[in-house]
Design a protein around this ligand. Structure first.
Ligand code: CA
Length: 446
């Protein structure tokens, strides 16, 4: 089941944290995403926090001040860990109870707990004063290929007459990614070196990639795992999903083109993957759930194990995604980042529940904190292409920047910024924060 709507989604709720009511904030009281931070003092340990406006509610401090009293012991214990994995393992009833309590603590007005405000205020930390961390020990990372528009565009470059391979509409395609090189937003991406072969050449050369690209994706964090050998039904799939972050699956297209056959991408992807620090919970996303994009006439229906009435009703997420870029020269000239494309999670051919159920369908055990990424979330329109490979059509249609510079792929000093917002009439607008990183030069060889 998708998480139901409740009082925590009420659009009339206001927080006494003033910045949570500011126009355009990603973190109003209806959002309450989880993350892990460190600081502001050196020597401070990593703590779990919840974003509210431009502040963080420190959950360890809340527990010390008895603000979460009455919640089950294992939940209180999980809130004091240095990563979110224990909390993720507890499942929807525990997450929901915690969300309810935090919402009450931060509420203004009669439905809140005004007498607790002074104690809760003492648990706030200004977000700019701390370091936001990768809050999850990610055991395994799987990157799907769930946008049919992305798959068709990339396929068309290689096989103009037959862009989609015959399996695409039956089976959610994925490769197993590298979890050790997943980093939090803000970590620079170093231009990787590798083997590349120019068309027509006999042998490859080794050197820095000339075709560094971003991929705009969403990441779904696994909550409670499943036992080895025990698949997860569609009806239970969302009970195993904790929340969603932004993912940038940096890709070296020239390395990828040479290495990917026959087993798929390897070093062209594993050098770095960036994620946003705040994880928006599935419960926070309840108001923005929508039916999956209709399958074109003639497409096969999903196999019974990937189908459910609930998935047809509300399996997709209406989240608008954007990519922006600022070059070093733009930064020097004080120019704002320019938007390269915008897309929506609704465009995916497969829903998060289908990705999870398919992943576990052979009995593969997923574990709390595992990351399932969507794959590049391109939409049907040209301005919805969610990586440079598609936007510049393999570098043949260069983009123009406001400085007069052009781009086929990323240059050193370019900063890529991913954002996402959920909007729906009659509900609050919530955001995901940012996933950003700047391209640094290749490591020097001496
Ligand atoms: Ca990808």
């Amino acid at each position: 089941m998708t998480a139901p709507l409740n009082d925590t989604h009420d659009p009339s709720l206001r927080s006494w944290v003033e910045s949570a009511g500011a126009r355009g904030t990603d973190f109003p009281i209806q959002n309450l995403p989880f993350g892990v931070f460190k600081g502001p003092r050196s020597g401070d340990q990593e703590r779990i926090g919840v974003a509210i406006g431009d502040q963080i509610l420190d959950l360890t401090a809340c527990i010390r001040r008895q603000l979460l009293a009455g919640l089950p012991d294992d939940l209180a214990e999980a809130c004091q860990k240095r990563t979110l994995n224990r909390l993720m393992a507890l499942g929807p009833p525990a997450w929901s109870a915690l969300r309810w309590r935090i919402s009450e603590l931060l509420r203004d007005g009669e439905s809140g707990q005004a007498w607790l405000r002074p104690a809760a205020e003492a648990c706030l930390v200004p977000m700019p004063s701390v370091e936001l961390l990768l809050g999850v020990a990610i055991g395994d990372y799987t990157d799907f290929y769930a946008s049919i528009h992305h798959a068709a565009n990339v396929g068309r470059m290689m096989r103009p007459d037959n862009p989609l391979l015959p399996n695409y509409k039956y089976v959610p395609i994925a490769y197993h990614g590298r979890s050790s090189s997943i980093v939090v937003s803000g970590t620079p991406v170093r231009r990787p070196s590798g083997q590349t072969r120019t068309e027509g050449a006999d042998a490859p050369v080794v050197g820095p990639t000339a075709r560094l690209d971003y991929e705009l994706e969403a990441g779904f964090f696994v909550g409670p795992g499943n036992r080895l050998g025990e698949p997860v039904d569609m009806a239970r799939a969302e009970d195993h999903l904790f929340g969603v972050c932004l993912v940038n699956d940096w890709s070296a297209r020239d390395i990828q083109a040479w290495e990917y056959q026959p087993l798929g991408p390897f070093l062209s992807k594993s050098f770095l993957t960036s994620v946003s620090p705040w994880i928006v919970t599935m419960e926070a996303l309840a108001p923005y759930r929508v039916p999956p994009a209709p399958r074109p006439a003639g497409d096969p229906p999903p196999a019974p194990y990937l189908d459910s009435a609930e998935n047809r009703r509300a399996g997709a997420i209406d989240a608008a995604l954007e990519v922006a870029l600022v070059s070093a020269r733009m930064r020097q000239q004080g120019l704002a980042p320019i938007r390269l494309s915008r897309s929506n999670l609704q465009h995916l051919y497969w829903t998060p529940a289908q990705l999870l159920t398919h992943h576990a369908s052979n009995g593969c055990n997923l574990r709390p904190g595992d990351l399932l990424a969507s794959g590049t979330v391109s939409g049907p329109e040209k301005d919805q292409r969610a990586c440079l490979l598609e936007l510049t059509w393999r570098g043949t249609e260069r983009l123009e920047l406001p400085t007069g510079e052009t781009r086929a792929f990323l240059e050193d000093g370019d900063e890529v910024i991913l954002t996402a917002r959920c909007e729906r009439n009659g509900y609050a607008t919530i955001g995901f924060g940012e996933c950003r990183a700047t391209v640094a030069g290749a490591p020097s060889s001496d």
